[in-house]
Write a protein that binds this ligand. Sequence first.
Ligand SMILES: Cc1ncc(COP(=O)(O)O)c(C=O)c1O
Length: 413
Amino acid sequence: MTTAAFDFAPLLPAGLPAPAAKWTGLPTYNFTGGNNDGEELPLDGLIAAANSVLAREGRTLATYGLASGPQGYRPLRAFLVEKLKRDAGITCTPDNILIASGSLQALDLVNGVLLARGDTVIIEQECYQGSINRLARLGVNAVGIPLDRDGMRMDALASALDDLKRRGVRAKYIYTIPTVQNPTGTILSQARRVEMLKLAGAHGVPIFEDDCYADLIWDHKRPPALYAMSGSANVIHIGSFSKSIAPALRVGYIVAPWELLSRMLAIKTDAGSGALEQMVLAEYCAPHFAGHIPELTRGLRKKLDTLMAALDEQFGTAAEFDEPKGGIFLWVKLPDNVDTLKLYQPALKAGVAINPGPEWSVDRDYSKSRMRLCFASPTHEEIRQGIAALAGVCHREFGVPTRISNVERTGGR
Ligand SMILES: Cc1ncc(COP(=O)(O)O)c(C=O)c1O
């Protein structure tokens, strides 16, 4: 029996985003997304944690919110209180924390309580695509501030704030990924953090701090979080277990004053984020998180070395990049004539998925010949083969790189 198609199109409200593309499987060489290294996943520890927490407390799953209420599993919030104090200098209590379904939901909740169409926010010029897209969808004007090797430039931030003030506009927040920025991999220096807090305070603009990658620093040295340095409760801090443990778990968190958290809870309509993930994370992380991180970062650092060596070999001087201080991404500049949005499709056809620069920036010209490469999920061999394949496609489409391993390429343009 065949079922006649029902036409839903006339029923869809105006303003829906474009339909999602159907998933067609993972590419052979996947340098996209914020995926993690499967080999570094602490699987045995997670299995043991799942067994022990379910044996002890599994029956609490019969209640929405377990026995912890709508802010999330209390032992996980207690772990975060300790971790945030130790790693980021943040003093907070479990009551200041709301567990969310990934920090993407945290972004939605913060935006949900602060933003309306036509508002203005300040962001880093190169920025997380998920944040840029959300702002565009909400009809919010995002003013991009350029970065250098120390993160967001404070002279440019000061000018932007002054300019907005002259026009009578009060930005709703300054969104920053200060500790291993996405996509540039920079860390905002402590001096700049002081400066940012000063500027934010003077202009009455809160700071929205996204510390998603803060656990993944090669030398494990980081300045305190802006949240920790602020004396005036004008910082909202979000974080995630996606990059430190696993993104498919979908567990993130918000640290903010109760006055704001209570507004976010009121628009968090999912009756609580997935409880099993929270229970397993709390059980695993309390004893093992601090030991897991150095192992994870050691593995990631090796993959970054493989990627940088492969780019040097295959692209030579045609690929420029600053070594990131941690994280899972390399932000790469190709020659000016390369348009990475146009490189994307032919590269994908050859099995290589890249993130074109313009999707990670609010400045199309600046980012046109840049791309973001995630080095966490491909194996070392896939990194080497994928970069070789990408160089071949790039040469065919744009005539660069002209040399490989210092040998002139023949054929093509
Ligand atoms: C800066 C930043 N914030 C938030 C997220 C969302 O992460 P998740 O929802 O997996 O916690 C990402 C994901 O890559 C990110 O790069």
